[in-house]
Design a protein around this ligand. Structure first.
Ligand code: AMP
Length: 542
């Protein structure tokens, strides 16, 4: 017997319709490429997203055709999120930090028909357009008078001209909720990038789950600053969850330095922010020497890389901001776990609470996870045993776009490539990417643990731990360290700093001071490149 409830597909157009009807006057504030602050609202975003849908019809785009963006976080990008997917096309957000060769490759692989870009990225578009013959229309996200002359980019129009004359009403089509809505290529370190292809259903379910109180806890009373980019994994789904809850959105555009972010938080009364640790490092680095305080910020979601304990303490103790440590990946839309305390943890002493907050957290409803040994045996949830982290759920990849890489699943589970522990209460903690785990004397050493201790030292700005070949122990950890500007610390002082903070055999064998640690397009440390840079290095005791 079937249930007798209405069968309404979960479509992205439903999110923007809800935002317009119930939260039409909630503000959308954007720092633009031009440097000014632009003010819009959910009602205006909805109206203009309908104009986008008409513009795509006028460009003769078919259902499921791909529309690419190379853009910062801003209102026009938000309008494309809803206009492109709502009308049945697929939004392909491209990471502008990729090399032009990679951008050309993925635009061709995705068969993008239209490319919308912020003027910052004109040089990238000029570098790739001749290699992307299938792109029929280039749209510069600007007013007509800012459209670059003699750019050499074919079929170029300004966004305002493109949508300007279009009607502001549109009948959003109804279709199968499993239809593709957007796509994002993973920044794989080996081989060609592969795309996760999200659906209307997966995106809407993820938006519901992400907004829950023990997840991002978004509400109509929040003013949310997604520093996490809309060009990578849909800014952790915040644009969709924001439409569902009707919160105010504040977009930083290209200005992500500490001063600009701080001023935006204060001016727009931001209560909630989301970003990767490197961005927050810049913000805290600006606030401390200038003796600044937050007047409205209450919570910040930090993910993408492990959040160092020193950052949790700084936000929590110095500035009264709760840190929500989150984990996920492109293939997971991206949210998998988020760390909030349970009721009984509230009475724990601060150092015990900190041990929990450092973990990447509990599975969000909809995500199932397990840890397995290299031979596929399920491992216990005891908070100690390390294993390969596998996940499954309705917003987790089943297959990559065009079947690239074959079947990624193992008995229906997606192997994340992360190594983790899970404790008896279900709190998961990432110890490493599986290829970064350091195997020493038959034991595993977590590179994240080694890095977290280094960055707790006041002179250290950044640290990356890698395993080096050792004749007796197989591998031993060494830590590459970038000092804070003007700060001094010696190798011996830093090694001493580890004493008492970790088991003796987990203390790195050496400290290597470097000017910078190589970062990938999504801001993560590129340990493969670091290993190449240190290929002639010899361990002191080997
Ligand atoms: P991406 O697909 O580019 O978003 O990268 C996903 C990967 O980033 C994960 O598989 C993890 O290795 C890493 N990652 C994301 N969040 C965290 C976190 N909170 N702590 C440690 N690693 C993380």
């Amino acid at each position: 017997m079937l249930g007798l409830m209405q069968n309404q597909p979960l479509l992205i157009s439903g999110l923007i319709q809800h935002a317009e009807r119930h939260h039409g006057d909630a503000e959308i504030v954007s720092r633009r490429v031009e440097g000014d602050l632009h003010r819009s609202s959910w009602a205006q975003v909805a109206r203009r997203s309908r104009q986008v849908a008409h513009a795509l019809d006028a460009t003769n785009l078919l259902f499921s055709d791909r529309v690419a963006t190379l853009a910062w976080n801003g209102y026009r990008h938000l309008e494309l999120y809803f206009g492109v997917s709502g009308s049945g096309r697929v939004l392909h957000t491209i990471n502008p930090r990729l090399h032009p060769d990679q951008i050309a490759w993925i635009a061709n692989h995705a068969e993008d028909q239209v490319l919308c870009f912020d003027l910052t990225f004109l040089p990238l578009v000029q570098a790739v357009h001749a290699r992307c013959p299938q792109i029929r229309r280039y749209v510069a996200l600007c007013e007509p008078d800012k459209l670059p002359r003699d750019s050499g980019v074919p079929n170029l129009v300004s966004y305002e001209d493109w949508i300007g004359g279009q009607p502001t009403t549109y009948d959003w089509p109804t279709f199968d909720e499993n239809s593709a809505s957007s796509m994002c290529y993973t920044s794989g370190t080996t081989g060609n990038p592969k795309a996760a292809l999200y659906s209307h259903r997966s995106t809407t379910l993820h938006a519901y789950a992400a907004a829950l109180p023990d997840v991002m806890a978004l509400s109509a009373r929040d003013a949310v600053l997604p520093v996490v980019p809309m060009f990578h994994v849909n800014a952790w789904g915040i644009p969709y969850s924001a439409a569902l809850t009707g919160c105010k959105l504040v977009f930083p555009g290209p200005a992500m330095d500490g001063k600009s972010i701080y001023e935006l938080i204060e001016a727009e009364k931001v209560s909630y922010a989301a970003g990767v640790p490197t961005v927050w490092q810049m913000l805290l680095g600006h606030m401390k020497p200038n003796n600044l305080r937050f007047s409205t910020l209450k919570r910040t979601v930090i993910g993408g890389s492990a959040c160092p304990p020193a950052m949790i303490t700084a936000f929590n103790d110095d500035y009264g901001v709760e840190v929500l440590h989150a984990w996920g990946m492109t293939e997971m839309s991206p949210l998998g776990t988020l760390c909030t305390l349970k009721n009984r943890h509230l009475e724990l002493p601060p150092e015990e609470k900190m041990k929990i907050r450092l973990k990447q957290g509990r599975a969000i409803y909809g995500v199932d996870m397990k840890i397995v040994s290299d031979d596929g045996q399920e491992l216990p949830w005891d908070g100690k045993t390390y294993g390969n982290l596998y996940v499954k759920g309705p917003w987790i990849v089943r297959e990559y776009f065009k079947g690239e890489g074959g079947d990624p699943l193992v008995d229906g589970w997606f192997p994340t490539g992360d190594v983790a522990t899970i404790d008896a209460e279900g709190y998961m903690q990432i110890t490493d990417r599986s290829k970064d785990v350091i195997k020493s004397g038959g034991e595993w050493i977590s590179s994240i643990d080694v890095e977290n201790i280094a960055v707790a030292h006041p002179a250290v700005a950044m640290a990356a731990c890698i395993g080096m070949k050792h004749p007796k122990w197989d591998e031993r950890p060494v830590v590459a360290v970038v000092k804070k500007p003007g700060a001094q610390v010696t190798r011996e002082e830093l090694l001493k700093f580890y004493e008492g903070k970790t088991a003796k055999w987990q203390i790195p064998d050496d400290v290597i001071f470097v000017d910078a640690i190589p970062l990938g397009a999504t801001g993560k440390m590129l340990k493969t490149r670091l290993r190449e840079q240190l290929k002639d290095y010899k361990l002191p005791n080997s």
